[in-house]
Design a binder for this molecule. Structure first.
Ligand code: NAP
Length: 290
């Protein structure tokens, strides 16, 4: 049976790896990126490059978005020449960006008006996992739409978790990143304390990363912050965005995410100091400089 045709919108750090996986798995693929330069490597690999999201989505069975935030997602789906304008009846839309449940609701209603189904399917994993097809998808939406999307998701991920109804994938992703950001900022403070106090750094990090606090995130932060390599896997700017979104969900349910607020302040300070486009592990540099 012929594979479904796919439109992929957003070829940033994550989207370029994910689109490459779809091409490698043999899906007919049309791609769009706001800055067309980033689409060039995918043209060479066999993708059709479209000038607008609408053109990419024309005739596609599955339309996937992997862009920065709610604003970017609104632009590619509902903006001038957005993908929804001509989306084929029966197409499955997959919003993989880390976005708010409010945006999922708005997009889901617009999709239904066109006779399309929407899945919110944000991911865990970062740049290398996107490149090697080892992402985990956190999916909200209808089982029937997920069934249609499954082969495409399997080309990009190793785990596909159906969380529940529409919006639940988006929400669980914000909870996940709230915890990751708080851990990263607390580890940055701990590391600066270790370094400035003159404790043996290697022995202390061995204890911390292999002991009770040593989560996968702490292990990754320890490696990046000690190497001082801030080539972005995930930018400080986008992690701050996720904390802002998570904080709003806290308000919605009357839960004070006080640690999220502290971590967000640290990330905002890092952005103001010029670390916004670097990996979010660069947040440690502010404490080192004090
Ligand atoms: P990125 O490299 O900064 O790419 C962002 C993408 O969004 C680019 O394609 C960019 O286009 C596009 N974009 C931004 N504003 C836009 C607008 N107004 N209109 C149209 N397109 C716009 O980000 P990323 O790291 O790939 O992350 C993408 C999404 O995945 C985000 O929601 C992020 O939170 C989430 N995520 C990231 C990671 C990670 O480790 N990096 C992990 C899990 C989830 P241009 O190239 O033209 O700027």
């Amino acid at each position: 049976m012929a594979k479904p045709s796919i439109a992929f919108l957003g070829l940033g750090i994550m989207g370029s790896g994910m689109a490459n996986r779809l091409l490698g798995a043999g899906f007919p693929l049309a791609v769009f990126n706001r800055n067309p330069e980033k689409a060039k490597p995918l043209t060479a690999a066999g993708a059709r490059v479209a000038a607008t999201p609408r053109e990419a989505a024309d005739g596609a069975d599955i339309i996937i978005s992997m862009v920065a935030d709610d604003v970017a997602a609104r632009a590619v789906w509902k903006g001038e020449n957005g993908a929804l304008a001509d989306a084929k009846k029966g197409a499955v839309l997959i919003e993989c960006s880390t976005i708010t449940p409010d945006w999922v609701k708005e997009l889901g209603e617009a999709a239904a008006r066109r006779g399309c189904a929407l899945l919110d399917a944000p991911v865990t994993g970062t740049k290398p996992h996107a490149a090697t097809g080892e992402l985990s998808f956190l999916v909200g939406g209808e089982e029937t739409a997920l069934k249609k999307a499954q082969p495409a998701l399997e080309a990009m991920g190793k785990t596909i978790l159906h969380i529940g109804p529409s919006g639940s994938g988006a929400l669980i992703k914000l909870v996940n990143n709230f915890l990751c950001a708080v851990q990263a900022v607390s580890f940055a403070e701990a590391l600066a304390l270790v370094e400035k106090s003159g404790l043996d750094r290697a022995k202390t990090l061995d204890l911390l990363t292999n002991g009770t606090p040593g989560s996968p995130l702490i292990k990754a932060m320890s490696a990046r912050m000690t190497a001082r390599d801030y080539t972005p896997n995930f930018t400080t700017r986008l992690m701050a965005k996720d904390l802002g979104y998570a904080g709003k969900e806290g308000w919605r349910y009357a839960v004070d995410l006080t640690t999220a607020a502290c971590a967000l302040e640290a990330l905002k300070n890092a952005i103001a100091a010029g670390h916004g486009e670097k990996d979010f592990s660069s947040v440690v540099e502010l404490q080192r400089k004090k």
